[in-house]
Design a protein around this ligand. Structure first.
Ligand SMILES: Cc1cc2nc3c(=O)[nH]c(=O)nc-3n(C[C@H](O)[C@H](O)[C@H](O)COP(=O)(O)O)c2cc1C
Length: 162
C-alpha cells in the first residue's frame, strides 16, 4: 500500500486561504488565554453553531474543555502582528490580551476593533485524530468594519482589493 504523504497534505491546505481569528478563553488560574486560529467554520445557522478545531495536546484545548466558553474575534488586515504573536506566544504571553472588552452574560473577552466577534458556549466535543473538534452555540455577536486579514500559503495578506 502506498504511504500517505503527510507533507503533501499540509502543502495542499496551504493553498486554501482563510480568515484569521483570535480565540480567547481562560487558563486554570482564571486569567485570559488567547490563541490564533483559522480552523473554524459556521456549522449551522439555526441554531447558530460554530465549529473550531484545536490540537488536542495543547493548552488551548485543555482550557476550552475545562472552561466551556470562548470568544472568537475575526482580525482586520492591520492585525497580522497580533495573529503572529498569539500563534507563537509562550503560555505566559498568551495571558496578556490586546485591547479588548467583555461580552455580556458569558464574560468572555472579545478584541476591540475586530471585524466581527462572537461569544460561544461549547455544546459538544469530539476527538478527530490529533485534534479536537468543538461545536459551540453562539450567544452574542458583534460586527465591525474593515477588511479581513487572510492567511494563505503560509503568509498573511489582506482581502482588500488593490
Ligand atoms: C494562521 C494560524 C492559524 C492557526 N489556527 C489554529 C487552529 O485553528 N487550531 C489550533 O489548534 N492551532 C492553530 N494555530 C496554532 C496556534 O495559534 C498555537 O500556536 C497552538 O495552538 C499552540 O498553543 P496551545 O498550546 O495553546 O494549543 C494556528 C496558527 C496560525 C499561524
Amino acid at each position: 500500500m502506498a504511504t500517505f504523504d503527510a507533507n503533501l497534505y499540509r502543502q495542499a491546505w496551504r493553498k486554501f486561504p482563510t480568515g484569521v481569528s483570535i480565540v480567547t478563553t481562560r487558563s486554570a488560574d482564571g486569567g485570559p488565554y488567547a490563541t490564533t486560529a483559522n480552523a473554524l467554520l459556521s456549522a449551522a445557522l439555526d441554531p447558530p453553531l460554530l465549529l473550531l478545531s484545536v490540537g488536542t495536546g495543547g493548552q488551548t484545548c485543555a482550557n476550552l474543555a475545562r472552561e466551556g466558553l470562548f470568544g472568537v474575534s475575526f482580525l482586520p488586515d492591520d492585525q497580522a502582528e497580533v495573529a503572529d504573536f498569539y500563534a507563537r506566544a509562550s503560555a505566559e504571553e498568551r495571558g496578556t490580551l490586546p485591547p479588548s472588552h467583555t461580552a455580556p452574560a458569558s464574560g468572555v473577552a472579545l478584541l476591540d476593533g475586530a471585524l466581527a466577534a462572537m461569544a460561544c458556549r461549547i455544546e459538544q466535543q469530539m476527538e478527530a485524530g490529533d485534534h479536537t473538534l468543538f461545536v459551540a452555540s453562539v450567544e452574542h455577536v458583534e460586527v465591525g468594519e474593515g477588511s479581513a486579514l487572510l492567511f494563505y500559503d503560509g503568509r498573511y495578506g489582506s482581502a482588500r482589493q488593490s
